[in-house]
Design a protein around this ligand. Sequence first.
Ligand code: SF4
Ligand code: SF4
Length: 119
Amino acid sequence: MSIDLNRIESRLRERLCPVCVRCTMKHTCSLPPDRSCALFEQLPLIVDIVRKTREATIDPYVQAVRGQICSVCRFEDVDGACSMREDIDCALNTYLPIIIDEIEQELDRVRHERGAAHG
Ligand code: SF4
Ligand code: SF4
């Protein structure tokens, strides 16, 4: 059994988008056309970060996201600051604990199924 990215994405869209600051009254996303959601744009890399990190505290995940995603994001400046982050307008940064939890649930499911397959 492999990690099901589509399932993770649909669960995150179900769980996060309705509570996101960018969710409109019509349940659409208010991000402008020239701005994609960092969470869904970078989902495969985020899953990889969660899979490799596996720590009990949030800090190592934050560091990995900053190092691998924010560092190449057009919104982060040369000093490592990000106005989207400061304005609580990046779903990836704002909802990182929920995102990790959702991905961990999928990883646990895969581990469980692999364990069952090997008896
Ligand atoms: S910014 Fe991302 S998480 Fe927020 S509503 Fe839009 S697509 Fe969903
Ligand atoms: S916190 Fe800023 S730099 Fe990091 S992904 Fe979000 S918008 Fe990009």
